[in-house]
Design a protein around this ligand. Structure first.
Ligand SMILES: Nc1ncnc2c1ncn2[C@@H]1O[C@H](COP(=O)(O)OP(=O)(O)OP(=O)(O)O)[C@@H](O)[C@H]1O
Ligand SMILES: [Mg+2]
Length: 233
């Protein structure tokens, strides 16, 4: 009998564990919004970040990647949070090698891609934590690896550390087609969220919009996306 990979998933990966929930529906709506936004310029590499820690970046990256894969997009989820990597915990993958290993052996990067729990989803975990994350993420090798990844996959989703504490995500944003900022309801101050957005705007990153995470509605936690320029209620 084949191994049931879904048994090792974090239950908060609701797109798979609770597909009929409001939260899962909102992640699918986020996917649809991204499809519309790609009309204005290809979105092959997307980065998920937030101003401060604990906003729900990893959970958003995981659920979005699942929703994209379910829509038959050949999707790669990369854990580029080399500070507090979480993707291997969420998906129950091993993390002996991954992005950091691929960066030291870029010709062999395919070896460091693991199978995801559903068809069309592949996962590159962080690999061992390096002493110099921001240097690695802003390196020429990273730029070239990101290029190779998007030649192979329809879409690559990168989970990253928060932008206010570290320069990693700001550096990586230069290699991305778009950035999604996660804001957790009642969690961070508006001031830090604005600071996070400013950090990205200063380097001309294409900030696609904000994912408002952990809003309580009908007793259910869910995420909601709004793009810049849309009315926020
Ligand atoms: N909408 C939600 N409902 C319930 N729990 C949530 C929600 N969003 C996040 N969490 C929980 O909050 C914690 C932080 O979430 P997550 O790891 O996704 O955040 P993060 O922004 O990636 O954090 P870090 O900055 O440490 O990388 C996790 O335990 C996660 O399960
Ligand atoms: Mg995280």
């Amino acid at each position: 009998m084949p191994l049931d990979l879904t048994q090792m998933l974090d239950p908060k990966l609701v797109v798979l564990t609770a597909p009929r929930s409001v939260a899962a529906e909102q992640y699918r709506a986020l996917r649809t919004n991204l499809e519309f936004m790609s009309v204005g310029g290809a979105l092959e590499r997307i980065m998920i970040t937030s101003a401060t820690p604990g906003a729900g970046k990893s959970l958003t990256a995981g659920n979005l990647a699942l929703a994209l894969a379910q829509a038959s997009k050949n999707t790669l989820l990369v854990d580029a949070d080399l500070r507090r990597p979480m993707i291997h915990h969420l998906f129950g993958n091993a993390n002996l090698s991954g992005l950091t290993t691929a960066l030291t052996r870029p010709d062999e990067w395919e070896k460091y891609v693991q199978r995801g729990p559903i068809a069309n989803l592949s996962i590159m975990t962080s690999g061992p934590i390096p002493p110099n994350p921001s240097e690695l993420l802003s390196s020429v090798t990273m730029i070239s690896l990101a290029g190779q990844l998007s030649q192979t996959y329809d879409i690559v989703v990168f989970d990253t550390p928060p932008v206010v504490s570290f320069t990693d995500a700001v550096a990586l944003s230069q290699t991305m087609d778009g950035v999604l900022l996660v804001v957790r309801a009642g969690h961070t101050s508006r001031k830090s969220d604005i600071k996070g957005k400013e950090r990205l705007s200063q380097v001309n990153a294409r900030v696609l919009g904000v994912v408002l995470n952990d809003v309580q509605m009908q007793d259910e936690a869910y995420s909601y996306y709004y793009g810049y320029g849309e009315k926020k209620s």
